[in-house]
Design a binder for this molecule. Structure first.
Ligand code: HEC
Ligand code: HEC
Ligand code: HEC
Length: 136
């Protein structure tokens, strides 16, 4: 009995020690993507706003981009007028102009970091380039 108790006690300690790295990592695993909104272009903005509201962009930027692609490629439209009547040039480069930060690695760039985190792999970058022709 006494021996059995010791074995169980040491098993509890061993299992506890083995689980330490697991518990240690819990906080880190929850670390989100780098949402860098401090790019040089955004710093220059008087009003820190995206093309449409942030909430709408989070949910719908992919739809907007596909609509842009169709408008530009099929209909030859080059202007997008947003909700507030403001005009933006229809191009992926318009997004990258504001959201690309030359100070960061490619994997920490706004679009890339969030897509990696959410396991989304847009195929756009096989044809479209990033500023400075950075390959990703
Ligand atoms: C197979 C190559 C290819 C892929 C993949 C691709 N595109 Fe394009 N895209 C083009 C070409 C070619 C044009 C026309 C370029 C021009 O007119 O200057 C274009 C034009 C565009 C335009 C308008 C002009 C511009 O400079 O941005 C948008 C917006 C666009 N694509 C978005 C996308 C998005 C979003 C994706 C990913 C979901 C994507 N494209 C994937 C080849 C591609
Ligand atoms: C004029 C500069 C500018 C342009 C152009 C721009 N953005 Fe933004 N974007 C911003 C700013 C500033 C914010 C943060 C606004 C805030 O603080 O709520 C933002 C926020 C976002 C967000 C939400 C991020 C989050 O989780 O909080 C997404 C997604 C996004 N942009 C995607 C895009 C895409 C895709 C394009 C091109 C179709 C684009 N943006 C064009 C400036 C821009
Ligand atoms: C806050 C996180 C986040 C940011 C920042 C973000 N995206 Fe996305 N993006 C997503 C998610 C999540 C999806 C997939 C949504 C779905 O499939 O419904 C997605 C999907 C897309 C798609 C469609 C992919 C496909 O194959 O259908 C494109 C194109 C795209 N994003 C472009 C961009 C661009 C360009 C930027 C930077 C200007 C950007 N995203 C920034 C989260 C983000």
């Amino acid at each position: 009995m006494f021996k059995g108790g010791r074995i169980i006690a040491s098993l509890v300690i061993v299992v506890g020690l083995l689980s330490l790295p697991f518990f240690y990592n819990i906080g880190k695993a929850g670390k989100g993507p780098v949402i860098n909104l401090n790019t040089p272009a955004i710093q220059q903005l008087a009003v820190k706003e995206c093309i449409e509201s942030t909430e709408w962009m989070k949910a719908n930027h992919m739809k907007l981009l596909k609509q842009w692609r169709d408008e530009a490629v099929r209909m030859g439209n080059t202007d997008y007028i947003n909700n507030q009547g403001k005009s933006f040039k229809i191009s992926l480069q318009t997004c990258l102009h504001c959201h690309y930060d030359p100070a960061l690695n490619m994997s920490d760039q706004f679009c890339v970091s969030c897509h990696n985190y959410t396991a989304v792999k847009p195929n756009c970058w096989s044809c479209h380039t990033w500023p400075k022709e950075v390959a990703i």
